[in-house]
Design a binder for this molecule. Structure first.
Ligand code: ZN
Ligand code: ZN
Length: 180
Protein backbone atom coordinates (compact mmCIF):
# COMPACT_ATOMS: atom_id res chain seq x y z
CA UNK A 1 0.00 0.00 0.00
CA UNK A 2 1.34 3.39 -0.96
CA UNK A 3 0.72 6.00 1.73
CA UNK A 4 1.70 9.61 1.12
CA UNK A 5 1.37 12.66 3.37
CA UNK A 6 0.07 15.52 1.27
CA UNK A 7 0.46 18.78 3.17
CA UNK A 8 -2.02 21.58 2.71
CA UNK A 9 -0.17 24.60 1.39
CA UNK A 10 -2.36 27.12 3.18
CA UNK A 11 -2.28 25.48 6.66
CA UNK A 12 -5.29 25.81 9.00
CA UNK A 13 -8.17 27.75 7.47
CA UNK A 14 -8.35 31.26 8.93
CA UNK A 15 -12.09 30.88 9.61
CA UNK A 16 -11.86 27.68 11.71
CA UNK A 17 -13.62 28.87 14.89
CA UNK A 18 -12.42 28.24 18.46
CA UNK A 19 -14.88 26.18 20.57
CA UNK A 20 -16.61 29.17 22.20
CA UNK A 21 -17.19 30.86 18.85
CA UNK A 22 -18.35 27.58 17.32
CA UNK A 23 -21.04 27.05 19.98
CA UNK A 24 -22.09 30.72 19.86
CA UNK A 25 -22.58 30.36 16.10
CA UNK A 26 -24.74 27.30 16.79
CA UNK A 27 -26.79 29.46 19.19
CA UNK A 28 -27.22 32.05 16.44
CA UNK A 29 -28.37 29.28 14.09
CA UNK A 30 -30.87 28.01 16.69
CA UNK A 31 -32.30 31.53 16.97
CA UNK A 32 -33.41 31.32 13.32
CA UNK A 33 -36.18 28.96 14.51
CA UNK A 34 -37.68 31.62 16.84
CA UNK A 35 -41.45 32.05 16.46
CA UNK A 36 -41.86 35.63 17.80
CA UNK A 37 -40.99 38.72 15.73
CA UNK A 38 -40.22 40.76 18.86
CA UNK A 39 -37.09 38.76 19.71
CA UNK A 40 -34.90 36.06 18.23
CA UNK A 41 -32.80 34.26 20.83
CA UNK A 42 -30.89 30.97 20.65
CA UNK A 43 -29.33 28.83 23.37
CA UNK A 44 -27.01 25.81 23.19
CA UNK A 45 -26.22 23.82 26.35
CA UNK A 46 -22.85 22.09 26.17
CA UNK A 47 -21.04 19.62 28.40
CA UNK A 48 -17.49 18.45 27.64
CA UNK A 49 -17.80 20.00 24.15
CA UNK A 50 -20.89 17.88 23.62
CA UNK A 51 -24.18 19.57 22.68
CA UNK A 52 -26.70 18.38 25.27
CA UNK A 53 -29.64 20.42 23.96
CA UNK A 54 -30.60 23.52 22.01
CA UNK A 55 -33.46 25.99 22.28
CA UNK A 56 -34.94 29.15 20.80
CA UNK A 57 -37.74 31.39 21.96
CA UNK A 58 -40.78 29.57 20.68
CA UNK A 59 -44.37 28.63 21.37
CA UNK A 60 -45.27 25.51 23.32
CA UNK A 61 -45.25 22.35 21.17
CA UNK A 62 -48.30 22.37 18.90
CA UNK A 63 -49.37 25.89 19.94
CA UNK A 64 -49.88 28.88 17.60
CA UNK A 65 -46.88 30.99 16.62
CA UNK A 66 -46.67 34.78 17.08
CA UNK A 67 -45.72 35.10 13.39
CA UNK A 68 -49.01 33.52 12.29
CA UNK A 69 -51.46 34.27 15.14
CA UNK A 70 -49.99 37.44 16.65
CA UNK A 71 -48.12 38.14 19.86
CA UNK A 72 -49.88 37.68 23.21
CA UNK A 73 -48.89 40.94 24.88
CA UNK A 74 -49.14 41.51 28.63
CA UNK A 75 -47.74 44.76 30.08
CA UNK A 76 -45.83 45.41 26.87
CA UNK A 77 -44.22 41.95 26.69
CA UNK A 78 -45.14 38.96 24.55
CA UNK A 79 -45.85 35.96 26.80
CA UNK A 80 -46.74 33.40 24.10
CA UNK A 81 -43.28 31.83 23.90
CA UNK A 82 -40.89 30.15 26.28
CA UNK A 83 -37.48 31.77 26.26
CA UNK A 84 -34.65 29.96 24.47
CA UNK A 85 -32.92 28.98 27.72
CA UNK A 86 -36.10 27.48 29.19
CA UNK A 87 -36.77 25.54 25.98
CA UNK A 88 -33.20 24.19 26.00
CA UNK A 89 -33.53 23.14 29.66
CA UNK A 90 -36.93 21.54 28.93
CA UNK A 91 -35.54 19.65 25.95
CA UNK A 92 -32.79 18.21 28.14
CA UNK A 93 -35.42 17.26 30.76
CA UNK A 94 -37.57 15.50 28.16
CA UNK A 95 -34.61 13.34 27.23
CA UNK A 96 -33.39 12.77 30.78
CA UNK A 97 -30.09 14.59 30.26
CA UNK A 98 -28.20 16.21 33.14
CA UNK A 99 -26.99 19.80 32.84
CA UNK A 100 -24.76 19.61 35.90
CA UNK A 101 -21.50 21.37 35.09
CA UNK A 102 -22.62 22.44 31.62
CA UNK A 103 -22.00 25.72 29.77
CA UNK A 104 -24.82 27.81 28.26
CA UNK A 105 -24.07 29.58 24.97
CA UNK A 106 -26.74 32.22 24.39
CA UNK A 107 -27.19 34.99 21.83
CA UNK A 108 -28.24 37.38 24.60
CA UNK A 109 -27.73 37.81 28.31
CA UNK A 110 -30.55 35.81 29.95
CA UNK A 111 -33.51 37.53 31.60
CA UNK A 112 -33.66 37.25 35.41
CA UNK A 113 -35.95 34.18 35.36
CA UNK A 114 -33.86 32.29 32.80
CA UNK A 115 -30.64 33.12 34.66
CA UNK A 116 -32.11 31.60 37.83
CA UNK A 117 -33.35 28.53 35.93
CA UNK A 118 -29.90 27.99 34.35
CA UNK A 119 -28.24 28.19 37.77
CA UNK A 120 -30.79 25.83 39.32
CA UNK A 121 -30.26 23.35 36.45
CA UNK A 122 -26.53 23.17 37.23
CA UNK A 123 -25.00 25.47 34.59
CA UNK A 124 -21.57 26.71 35.74
CA UNK A 125 -20.56 28.93 32.80
CA UNK A 126 -22.50 31.30 30.53
CA UNK A 127 -21.19 32.72 27.23
CA UNK A 128 -23.10 35.56 25.50
CA UNK A 129 -22.44 38.20 22.85
CA UNK A 130 -25.16 40.75 23.58
CA UNK A 131 -27.02 42.28 26.49
CA UNK A 132 -30.67 42.16 27.56
CA UNK A 133 -32.83 44.88 29.07
CA UNK A 134 -33.64 45.02 32.78
CA UNK A 135 -31.96 41.76 33.75
CA UNK A 136 -30.50 40.80 37.10
CA UNK A 137 -28.68 37.87 35.48
CA UNK A 138 -25.21 39.09 36.42
CA UNK A 139 -26.24 39.59 40.06
CA UNK A 140 -27.42 35.98 40.35
CA UNK A 141 -24.48 34.59 38.36
CA UNK A 142 -22.03 36.35 40.69
CA UNK A 143 -23.92 35.12 43.74
CA UNK A 144 -23.91 31.53 42.42
CA UNK A 145 -20.27 31.77 41.20
CA UNK A 146 -21.31 31.11 37.61
CA UNK A 147 -18.60 32.24 35.19
CA UNK A 148 -19.88 34.86 32.72
CA UNK A 149 -18.08 35.49 29.41
CA UNK A 150 -19.04 38.37 27.13
CA UNK A 151 -17.58 37.63 23.70
CA UNK A 152 -17.84 39.66 20.49
CA UNK A 153 -20.65 38.67 18.17
CA UNK A 154 -19.38 35.89 15.87
CA UNK A 155 -19.40 36.50 12.13
CA UNK A 156 -22.74 35.61 10.53
CA UNK A 157 -21.18 33.64 7.69
CA UNK A 158 -21.05 29.84 7.45
CA UNK A 159 -18.10 28.72 5.34
CA UNK A 160 -19.25 25.64 3.49
CA UNK A 161 -17.71 25.68 0.03
CA UNK A 162 -19.35 22.65 -1.55
CA UNK A 163 -18.05 23.38 -5.04
CA UNK A 164 -14.42 23.58 -3.82
CA UNK A 165 -14.18 20.25 -1.95
CA UNK A 166 -12.58 17.65 -4.19
CA UNK A 167 -14.59 14.71 -2.78
CA UNK A 168 -18.00 16.41 -2.62
CA UNK A 169 -20.58 16.33 -5.41
CA UNK A 170 -23.54 18.73 -5.44
CA UNK A 171 -26.90 17.12 -6.34
CA UNK A 172 -28.04 18.03 -9.82
CA UNK A 173 -31.65 18.17 -8.60
CA UNK A 174 -32.06 17.95 -4.81
CA UNK A 175 -35.36 16.41 -3.76
CA UNK A 176 -36.92 14.73 -0.72
CA UNK A 177 -40.03 12.59 -0.41
CA UNK A 178 -40.16 12.80 3.41
CA UNK A 179 -43.13 14.43 5.06
CA UNK A 180 -41.05 17.02 6.94
ZN1 ZN B 1 -44.61 37.12 20.31
ZN1 ZN C 1 -35.50 34.49 29.64
Amino acid sequence: MDITVVKCSSGQPANRPPWDVYFLKLAMLASERATCPRMHCGCVLVHDRHVVSTGYNGSLPGSPHCYTDGCLVVDGHCVRTNHAEINAICQAARHGLSLLGATAYITNMPCTSCAKALIAAGIIRVVVFSDYHNTLAEHFFTEAKVELCRLPMPERTIHYELEKYSSARPFAEPHCDCEN
